[in-house]
Design a protein around this ligand. Structure first.
Ligand SMILES: Nc1ncnc2c1ncn2[C@@H]1O[C@H](COP(=O)(O)OP(=O)(O)OP(=O)(O)O)[C@@H](O)[C@H]1O
Ligand SMILES: [Mg+2]
Length: 159
């Protein structure tokens, strides 16, 4: 049974928060799973935007979409992201450049520590309280570096 003391953060998704006791549990990591095209990215965008409206900055790690594409997609749903980026409330970390060496065959996998370092900088810069990683790609789950470094959000990011 769940402790009543868990603070909740609203997802901002209509109808969902009331079903899950007001929102997601604060300081927890959630995995949103589903088949292609089932709305995972839309869910994540709504979560980030809801946070911004509540005064919680957000960092969105875009694994396989260029930020411009993500911004364009959001625009088509009537959600302007650029304004929030300009105001320092939203930052998008484009992960695709980290894969350049992999694509060129120079490296087998990306350096997860480098990504984590850059992500930490972005989180600190805008004092982000919400973090989205979309999607969690196999490359990140099974990286070849055996240090245990991953791009999974570390608690210190939020301190
Ligand atoms: N809540 C929603 N309201 C209206 N349209 C939606 C909603 N959720 C998803 N869609 C539509 O479904 C499309 C696919 O959604 P989305 O890109 O979020 O899926 P996904 O699960 O992230 O897919 P993928 O696994 O390919 O990344 C969107 O472009 C949008 O048109
Ligand atoms: Mg998606």
């Amino acid at each position: 049974m769940e402790a009543k003391t868990h603070a909740r953060v609203p997802t901002g998704i209509e109808g969902l928060d009331s079903l899950i006791n007001g929102g997601l549990q604060q300081n927890k990591v959630y995995l949103i799973s589903g088949e292609a095209g089932t709305g995972k990215t839309i869910f994540c965008l709504q979560y980030a935007l809801a946070g911004i409206l509540l005064g919680e900055s957000a960092v969105y790690v875009s694994i396989d979409e260029k930020p411009a594409h993500l911004i364009e997609d959001a625009e088509s749903l009537g959600w302007g992201l650029q304004k929030h980026i300009d105001e320092g409330k939203l930052a998008i970390l484009d992960v695709t450049p980290y894969f350049t060496s992999v694509r060129l065959g120079k490296e087998k996998t990306i350096d997860a520590r480098e990504v984590v370092a850059d992500l930490t900088k972005k989180v600190r810069k805008i004092k982000a309280r919400r973090l989205v990683i979309d999607p969690i790609a196999p490359d990140f789950q099974h990286g070849s570096d055996h240090t245990g470094a991953g791009i999974y959000p570390q608690p210190h990011l939020f301190h």
